[in-house]
Ligand binder design. Structure first.
Ligand code: NGQ
Ligand code: ZN
Length: 459
């Protein structure tokens, strides 16, 4: 093991706000052991700009990065979430394990360069192209782990349970055959992944029942219980599209989030991805549950999902984080900007994310750090002893950040920039990005390009 290291930042965002002259000591295992403001620089490596905790990305389907931009051509009929999903299913059928690893590694390199230092991978492509299980049921999961380890990003692996093509147990469609698993096989996979990756500080394992459309009441209860006994995160897509709300009402007389809150002990271990369509009562109940709303603004815009009721949710004390989901954008800045802009466009107000005095950019960044860390179930998202040494050094030489001190800096970062101001990125005490370059970016990109050529040849 190497010795720990000590760094010095002239300014850094600590849990209580911006601090000056901060000494950050990192243990050999990659944990922060000291974060002391007003300290001396002596003997420490100077960081070359303002330091932020790295952002957790709470929702990713890595393979979808390879189809970003391919679904923007009009077909003969109306385009919607559901027609996009058809194209996505056709793309999934082509993916070999090495393609998944190549695409995920490229995506994770891009995430790191953009300031995400950890990701929750909502992983549902489990089986071979014809739908038969691989000899090792963790084959595809292993590729995700290899991609994350190769890129150097922290990972919360969320194997997905998928069983039906609609509420009430509609049988799965042909395009879903790579996802479908019996509950006992799924629980065995979850246990196996936990066993294989125990003791790896950069990896956590949780569970993800895909949605109330895809998982029935009994299976959902079994998965929730398995995660509860080991205190693992549990993520689920919910109420993303109006049609889903209508189908849930027809099936159960309840709206999706209402149904979930009525049937499960939803608490801060839970992340409800999207949760776009909420009644005022659901909004208040969800906020009060302590669960995270997993907001993915650029994907939600791209798919025409709708706008999350952020003002009422914040007023009720709700927690949230951000995810890049289908990866039409890979930038925490863009997710946060779109989150706020969607609200401004629909409410006619400004500063919606920061209803009290203060910096909107800082409120957005800090809320997403705290929510993301909870959703990932790992000690990340804060420059504080006991947390992973995941940090982002901003290049203060980019014009948008020039002359912007402390609480103006994050406003400039979120609302005023075009160039990516991320200069250096550390994950678990290791530098993965220096001067805007990832240490393995050429190799990773060469593999990605080869995978893309193969995938597009099948078009
Ligand atoms: C997914 N994506 O699992 O990739 C979904 C589409 C579905 C988003 N919901 C599939 N954005 O919801 O059935
Ligand atoms: Zn999703």
């Amino acid at each position: 093991m190497t010795a720990g290291a000590t760094y010095f930042a002239s300014r850094a965002l600590l849990p209580n706000g911006w601090a000056r002259d901060v000494r950050l000591a990192v243990s050999p295992a990659g944990d922060l052991v000291e974060c002391r403001p007003g300290a001396a620089a002596q003997g420490a490596e100077r960081l070359r700009g303002a330091v932020l905790p790295g952002m957790p990305n709470l929702h990713s389907h890595a393979f979808q990065r390879a189809m970003a931009g391919l679904t923007e051509r009009a077909g003969p009929g109306d385009d919607s979430f559901w027609t996009w999903r058809e194209l996505m299913y056709r793309f999934v059928v082509r993916l070999e394990p090495e393609d998944l690893e190549a695409v995920a590694a490229q995506l994770y390199v891009e995430m790191l360069k953009a300031g995400y230092t950890s990701v929750a991978e909502f992983h549902y492509v489990h089986h071979d192209r014809d739908g038969s299980p691989y000899g090792d049921p963790a084959t595809m999961s292993e590729r995700i782990v290899a991609a994350a380890a190769g890129a150097g990003i922290g990972l919360t692996l969320l194997p997905v349970l998928y069983q039906a093509n609609g509420f009430g147990g509609v049988p799965p469609a042909a395009g879903q055959r790579r996802y479908v698993m019996p509950t006992d096989a799924f629980l065995a996979l979850f246990e196996e992944l936990r066993r294989r990756f125990a003791g790896r500080p950069e990896i956590a394992v949780g569970v993800a029942p895909h949605s109330l459309r895809a998982v029935g009441e009994g299976s959902l209860a079994a998965v929730a219980e398995a995660s509860r006994v080991v205190a693992a995160p549990i993520h689920i897509h919910v109420a993303e599209q109006v049609r889903e709300v209508e189908e849930c009402l027809a099936w159960s007389n309840r709206r999706p989030v209402e149904w979930l809150l009525d049937h499960q002990a939803v608490d801060r271990r839970w992340c409800l991805v999207h949760a776009t369509h909420l009644s005022p009562e659901e909004t208040a109940r969800l906020a009060g549950s302590g669960a995270l709303a997993g907001l993915c603004p650029t994907t939600e815009a791209n798919l025409g999902d709708g706008i999350f009721p952020l003002p009422a949710y914040l007023a009720a004390g709700g927690a949230w984080g951000i995810g890049s989901d289908s990866h039409v954008s890979v930038s925490p800045i863009e997710e946060l900007r779109w989150l706020e802009y969607g609200q401004r466009l629909t409410t006619g107000r400004r500063g919606v994310a920061a209803p009290r005095l203060g910096s909107t950019g800082e409120r957005l960044w800090r809320a997403a750090l705290a929510g993301g860390a909870t959703a990932l179930g790992r000690p990340v998202g804060a420059l504080e002893p006991g947390h992973r040494a995941d940090l982002v050094v901003l290049d203060e030489e980019v014009p948008a950040l020039a002359g912007r001190s402390d609480d103006r800096l994050l406003d400039a970062l979120v609302f005023a920039g075009n160039a990516n101001p991320v200069r250096d990125v550390m994950v678990g005490g290791k530098w993965v990005v220096r001067d805007g370059r990832h240490s393995r970016e050429e190799t990773v990109f060469a593999r990605y390009r080869a995978a893309l050529e193969r995938l597009m040849a099948e078009d």
